[in-house]
Design a protein around this ligand. Structure first.
Ligand SMILES: [Zn+2]
Length: 299
């Protein structure tokens, strides 16, 4: 079954298309999560609650991909005369190695990811009781995990070959590596959670949910097997910095074509990472203990 998502514009009518294969893979990823025999090593999820949690994960994974496509439409990516009037999320395009074109597409993906994760966050935290810590922790897990599982499916089922990511130019590909996307999404989420009274705890909890799931439930002892780890290397951080600053410099060009205000996401003066490209830890950074990456890390 074809796994893909698109948005398309025809005569000012906009469409979002999700393939049956994508729905199947999203549901499968959520099912694999709740039914993993080692899930209780990290998460307290009773048998009675698993069907409900499965539905919630699947629902918010769908919100995140629909929100992403809505971002392409809402921010005018299909109307500005850059290169296309449709997107193709899971398959690379024909002229993949045109760096200038790829740069534009990657910037649009970055912006659409921001839009999608923002909609997902707003849906999950809608009318959240900020005095109820338990509720906030549950919602944080749901937000991080639905984001993680969506990019995990993209990493496993997309046809772009990122195996030589570290040897190629940042704009060699027509979409950013799923690990880069996972990590800048985590940064967005963290910036919103930081406004809650227990924001740092929530952020640590959300990051921990992902890392502990990979290490203790999926038994990925070697961090190179975790798709998102490229995002926390020096190279990944430089890539993220290019996207943040590149989009910030470009967004005014898109504003006349957008259906809504495009927010200023600011600039990144300093790349934000925990590992060198050689896999050595950068000491003293937030999350480093939670990430739990050992000395043996190498790509
Ligand atoms: Zn996209």
């Amino acid at each position: 079954m074809s796994v893909n998502a698109f948005c398309k514009s025809e005569n000012e009518e906009n469409y979002i298309i999700l393939s049956i294969g994508l729905l199947y893979e999203f549901l499968n990823a959520a099912k694999n999560f709740v039914s993993n025999k080692d899930l209780n090593v990290v998460f307290k999820l009773g048998e009675d609650n698993k069907p409900t949690y499965l539905r919630l994960l699947y629902y918010y994974m769908l919100i995140s991909i629909i929100g992403h496509e809505l971002g392409h439409i809402g921010h005018g990516h299909l109307r500005i005369d850059t290169c296309k009037n449709s997107t193709n999320e899971y398959n690379s395009s024909n002229n993949m190695h045109d760096p200038e074109r790829n740069r534009l597409i990657q910037l649009e993906e970055f912006d659409a990811d921001w839009f999608g994760v923002r909609i997902n966050y707003s849906s999950i935290f809608y009318k959240a009781d900020v005095t109820n810590s338990h509720e906030l922790f549950v919602k944080t897990d749901l937000l991080f995990l639905s984001t993680y599982l969506s990019f995990q499916v993209l990493s496993n089922k997309g046809n772009r070959d990122f195996s030589a990511y570290f040897n190629n130019d940042i704009f060699y590909y027509d979409h950013p590596h799923p690990g880069i996307r996972m990590w800048y999404s985590a940064i967005f989420i963290s910036s919103w959670l930081a406004d809650y009274p227990n924001g740092i705890e929530l952020i640590n909890n959300g990051i921990h949910a992902i890392v502990a799931y990979d290490k203790q439930v999926l038994h990925k002892e070697n961090p190179t097997n975790s798709f998102y780890n490229v995002g926390i290397t020096e190279r990944g951080a430089l890539h993220i910095q290019e996207l943040v600053n590149g989009w910030n410099a470009s967004r005014e060009l898109y504003q006349p074509y957008s259906y809504c205000d495009i927010p200023d996401l600011g600039t990144l003066d300093r790349p934000f990472y925990f590992l060198t490209s050689n896999g050595e830890q950068i000491p003293g950074r937030l999350f480093i203990n939670l990430l739990g990456v050992g000395d043996k890390f190498s790509f």
